[in-house]
Design a protein around this ligand. Structure first.
Ligand SMILES: *[C@@H]1O[C@H](CO)[C@@H](O)[C@H](O)[C@H]1NC(C)=O
Ligand SMILES: *[C@@H]1O[C@H](CO)[C@@H](O)[C@H](O)[C@H]1NC(C)=O
Length: 547
């Protein structure tokens, strides 16, 4: 007891020092000095902005397909984006009725030409982990040119172009002569939302996707079901949501809802990866599927409560087979996230049938072997759907045999621990994805974006080949204390810090420059109607006026 107390005090003391060091005042950004990169966020790989400026006039400016482009008027992601960005650039001026066409001033820029250079524009495809998101942007007279091999790079470049537009002292929309060459540092840049702990209406999911595009995120990790509720409406097993959702009609995602999310995301170059986490985190599944979960025992009798998925019944695997066949057709991405985290063994331990099975299999008292037995069979099932899979790190830690293209998702530990884990996973030749430093549901007083910003997924001991196995990272917003009322301000602009870390070059680390750009980027999100919270004391020219 005494030792425990002393240890706790010691640990508290340590974490306090650690916290102090990380957020020491010397490291707080200095008061705003305008960045030579304006309000660009995330910072492109190469940028040259000159002092020569042009004005943009609402009624004469147009975004058009270049004559040479392989994408035409039927390219929906592009046509959609032209409208969206035109609106973002000029919409607010309309409301304020500014005289934007005052005589004199800088020369006019009347056109942005968008040129998809490769023969296959991929307009009708889904984005994937190997999508080319590179682009080149030249803003000059007589017109600006955005060149990209694929539609995905053009979408990123349109966002960048819109970020170059600012209002001069007369309120005239202005853009400086600029040359940009850009591509992402990591291929997988995600946001995790949790729709089980609280139901999130489709509208707020779409608003999140829209804001993700403003930050060049490209993966929506949909942690769709978990212990508290099962809002996914399955056509194979309709009882799952009927019995397992918070409400069978109002707190569910219908097939149409899911399709809408996937298409809205696709138009923004964002993948949707669903997570159906098993064998733990499945309490809500048990309501609508008899015998799926393990009955827990108290002494020699069932206690009436249930634990993880029951791994010893054949019916379990029949169910998983049918469910994952459905999921793999409903969600078109090449990957499914299978969870596999935090399996609580106490219920398995209490159950005499499970103990018998353990003996038969020769697992002894090692319940991680039973977990591996389950996961192994699940992976075999998912392999038949031709999907790749992502799993939380425990699956690797427990020694489950994995396909070489598995992506292992890291969420645990201190900085030292997750860096060691990355070294272990990549030395075993697996791809990995980092989330540990980016649990945005954890809120602390002050500018916590600095901590998110400083974490780098390639800062671990390993060879260049190992570093290449890092596919990226995800910012996670777990839902215990989050629903549609507070999701957006909790996510933005804190997730924006992660967005720059994952997109921009590794050497983009100047926090004063980042502070200046991020403050302006946050105000731009606000101007676009996104209630992103402030970084610190200050104001925006166009404040949020409520909904
Ligand atoms: C854009 O040009 C103006 C002068 O026309 C200059 O004052 C400003 O600093 C330039 N902006 C950037 C980001 O370089
Ligand atoms: C479960 O399936 C296995 C192999 O398919 C079979 O050998 C076994 O008898 C089945 N168990 C039950 C209880 O049906």
């Amino acid at each position: 007891m005494f030792i425990t107390v002393k240890l706790t005090v010691l640990l508290l003391g340590l974490s306090f020092c650690y916290g102090r060091r990380r957020y020491h005042f010397d490291e707080e950004p200095q008061p705003v000095r305008a960045s030579k990169y304006g309000s660009l966020w995330p910072l492109p790989q190469a940028v040259k902005i000159s002092e020569q400026s042009f004005k943009l006039i609402k009624n004469s400016f147009a975004i058009v397909d270049s004559k040479e482009s392989s994408a035409g008027p039927s390219c929906s992601p592009l046509q959609d984006a032209y409208y969206r960005y035109y609106d973002y650039m000029f919409g607010s001026a309309k409301h304020r009725g500014l005289s934007e066409n005052r005589p004199g001033g800088p020369a006019e820029l009347s056109e942005l030409q968008v040129w998809i250079t490769s023969p296959d524009s991929e307009c009708d495809s889904l984005p994937s982990v190997s999508s080319d998101e590179s682009y080149e942007l030249s803003v000059d007279q007589p017109y600006a040119i955005l060149k990209a091999p694929k539609v995905w790079g053009a979408l990123r470049g349109l966002e960048t172009f819109s970020q170059l537009v600012y209002e001069d002292e007369y309120g005239t929309k202005t853009i400086n002569s600029t040359a940009i060459s850009d591509f992402p540092r990591f291929a997988h840049r995600g946001i995790l939302l949790d729709t089980s702990r609280h139901f999130l209406p489709v509208k707020i999911i779409l608003a999140t996707l829209e804001t993700m595009a403003m930050n060049k995120f490209n993966v929506f990790h949909w942690h769709i079901v978990d212990d508290p509720s099962f809002p996914y409406m399955s056509h194979t097993f309709p009882q799952l949501s009927k019995q397992g959702a918070y409400h069978p009609y109002t707190h569910v995602y219908t097939a149409t809802d899911v399709q809408m999310v996937i298409e809205f995301a696709r138009l923004r170059g964002i993948r949707v990866i669903p997570e159906f986490d098993t064998p733990g985190h499945t309490e809500s599944w048990g309501n609508g599927q008899k015998d799926l979960l393990t009955p827990c025992y108290s002494g020699s009798a069932p206690s009436g409560s249930f634990g993880p998925v029951n791994p010893i019944l054949n019916t379990t695997y029949d169910f998983m087979n049918k469910l994952f066949q459905e999921i793999s057709t409903v969600f078109p991405d090449a990957y499914i996230h299978l969870g596999g985290d935090e399996v609580d063994f106490s219920c398995w331990k209490s159950n005499p049938d499970i103990q018998k099975f353990m003996d038969q299999q020769g697992f002894g008292k090692d319940y991680s072997k039973l977990e591996s037995f389950y996961i192994q069979r699940l992976l075999d099932i998912v392999t038949t759907t031709k999907k790749g899979y992502m799993v939380w790190q425990e699956v690797f830690d427990n020694g489950v045999k994995l396909k070489q293209d598995t992506i292992i998702h890291i969420w645990k530990g201190t900085e030292q621990q997750y860096q060691n884990e990355m070294a272990r996973i990549t030395s075993a030749g697996y791809q990995t994805l980092l989330s540990t430093p980016w649990y945005l549901n954890r809120v602390t007083y002050g500018q916590d974006w600095l901590g998110f910003y400083k974490a780098d997924p390639q800062d671990f001991k390993g060879t260049e080949a190992q570093k290449k196995l890092v596919v990226g990272g995800e910012a996670c917003l777990w839902g215990e204390y989050v629903d549609a009322t507070n999701l957006t301000p909790r996510l933005w602009p804190r997730a924006s810090a992660v967005a720059e870390r994952l997109w921009s070059s590794k050497d983009v680390t100047d926090i004063n420059d980042a502070f200046s750009r991020l403050s302006m980027h946050r105000c731009r999100m606000v101007e676009r109607g996104i209630p992103a919270e402030p970084l610190v004391t200050g104001y925006c020219t166009h404040e949020y006026r409520g909904i």
